[in-house]
Design a protein around this ligand. Structure first.
Ligand SMILES: [Zn+2]
Length: 129
């Protein structure tokens, strides 16, 4: 029953019908070998994050380990957060995480090698609109 309700809430959230329940989770990415990456909040709480493939890949990007980030989304269960959006925080401001290939002039939200030339991409954070 709880699972069914959870699905309904998430579906409604994606449709934008329950904006009141949207929450912001701020903390630092903590990656540890053999464990899913978590967000550690200032209150020393740990949250595992589920989200789209870009959010989950960024959570696991070693370049972002230890960084302060903010997630928009919903607390799905104790210690679990469903993220709709992920931002890095610099000087208190939100940034969108991108990866730039200088050779192909391709920008993506997926960490790792360039989808085109398979070269290294450069982490670039752009001020969030
Ligand atoms: Zn490339």
């Amino acid at each position: 029953m709880i699972l069914v309700l959870g699905c309904l809430v998430v579906t409604a959230a994606l449709a934008g019908t329950v904006p009141d329940e949207k929450q912001v989770l701020r903390g630092r990415i903590h990656q540890e070998a053999g464990k899913p990456p978590v967000i550690q909040t200032a209150g020393q709480k740990n949250y595992t994050i589920s989200g789209d493939k870009f959010t989950e890949a960024q959570m696991a990007d070693p370049k972002l380990n230890g960084r302060e980030i903010e997630l928009d989304g919903y607390i799905a269960a104790p210690g679990r957060f469903d993220a709709l959006k992920i931002f890095t925080i610099k000087d208190g401001k939100r940034y969108t995480v991108t990866y730039w290939c200088d050779i192909c002039s391709i920008r993506t939200h997926m960490p790792g090698r360039c989808m085109c030339c398979q070269g290294e991409t450069e982490l670039q954070e752009l001020p969030a609109p």
